[in-house]
Structures are given as C-alpha cells and as structure tokens.
Design a protein around this ligand. Structure first.
Ligand code: CO
Length: 211
C-alpha cells in the first residue's frame, strides 16, 4: 500500500469508528455548522488546530497559511473572516503562531526564496522592522526567533482589528473577542500573548466612523 492509499484506508476506518460510536454522527454534522471559533494558524503540519485544542468536527472554523498571517489584501483570508464573523457568527477569533516557525525563521534570513515566497515573507520582515530595536537586543538566535513569533501574532491580531469586518461586528454585536496565542512545539502547550476584547480602541487612523 502506498502512503496516500493508507490515508484513504485510515479514513474508512475512522468513518466506521465514528458511526459505531454514534450512528447519527455524520447525518447531524452534515446539517449543522455552528462553530464558536475561527482559528487562523500556521500551515505547519505539527500544529493541527483541532488536535491541540481537543475540539471536534463542527467546533472550529479554520484558516491556515505560512506563519499565520493576516494580510489586508489577502482575499482568501478576508473571505474566511467575513464568512466566519458575519454568517457563522463566531464569538472568538484566534491567531495562533508557534515557536520554531519555519516561516518566521526564513523571514529572518537574507536568503532569496524567489517569487511568491519572497512576497509572503516580506510581511514578516515588516514586523521585524517595527520591533527591530527590541529584537536586535536578544543575542540568542532561538530566543530572538521566538520573540518575533510572539510579536508577529500580536501584529496579526491588530491587523484583524483594523478591518471593517471586525469593527462592524464589534460596534453592532459586541463580538468577536480576538486572541493572540503561541503554541510550543516542544511542550505542546499554548500560551496567550495578546488579547483584544470586542470594542477595543485602536489607532484612530484605522478606525471607521460610519459602520
Ligand atoms: Co509555522
């Protein structure tokens, strides 16, 4: 059996187990999706949103990209955000980074990754640039990387708060609460590094007044 065939076999086994436990399981899920959480995480295969939070299918709406970025021109991310906030009515949006993130590490080098990867990593370099003084004072490279992971999560949460999607939901429905978390690959634990409850005021330049 090839590795990809094993995936399909495992899937059959899993579906069978679920039905054994609860015959109505898929029927119920097929008709209902009411997740309370939107998860914006890294694509890294070691950070599966549902496994590390002990959540079941139907509980978390997920978007993942390299280094869990919120880029204001990313139509994919914005569509997911719009749908989650305005249609699914999520109560929480979580940006979850992780220590040892390859995307963050790559952005800290001077290496040319060519084409679109350079474009993507540029967004992370811009975060480094904002916190250059603090980061350059950290001599240990691993610690400097981990600090950038934390600062990057904070910046991405602020990017969420700068969207009209979030500001409109805050103004009219007092939700969602925005969370900035970092997952530790070494201990499996999630640490909260930044929180923005609904209605938090941000830099006036980015606040809309006709929502
Ligand atoms: Co990563």
């Amino acid at each position: 059996m090839t590795p990809y065939e094993k995936l399909l076999e495992e899937n059959k086994a899993w579906a069978g187990e679920m039905i054994d436990e609860d015959p109505d399981y898929f029927n119920r899920l097929a008709h209902l999706q009411t997740p309370e959480f939107l998860w914006i995480g890294c694509s890294d295969s070691r950070v599966p949103a549902d496994k590390i939070t002990g959540t079941q299918p139907g509980e978390i709406f997920v978007h993942r990209n390299i280094a869990n970025m919120v880029v204001h021109t990313d139509v994919n991310l914005l569509s997911v955000l719009d749908y989650a906030v305005n249609h699914l009515k999520v109560k929480h949006v979580i940006v979850c980074g992780h220590y040892g993130c390859g995307g963050i590490k790559a952005a800290m080098t001077n290496h040319d990754y060519q084409h679109v990867l350079n474009m993507w990593l540029r967004n992370i370099k811009d975060v480094y640039s904002m916190y250059r003084k603090e980061l350059n004072e950290i001599k240990n490279e691993e610690q400097r990387t981990d600090r950038l992971v934390e600062l990057n999560v904070k910046e991405q949460v602020m990017h969420l708060a700068q969207t009209a999607i979030i500001q409109r939901a805050w103004a009219h429905e007092q939700r969602p609460h925005l969370h900035g978390w970092v997952y530790g690959l070494k201990d499996g634990l999630i640490k909260s590094v930044f929180e923005m409850p609904a209605g938090t005021h941000i830099d006036n330049l980015y606040e809309y007044d006709n929502l």
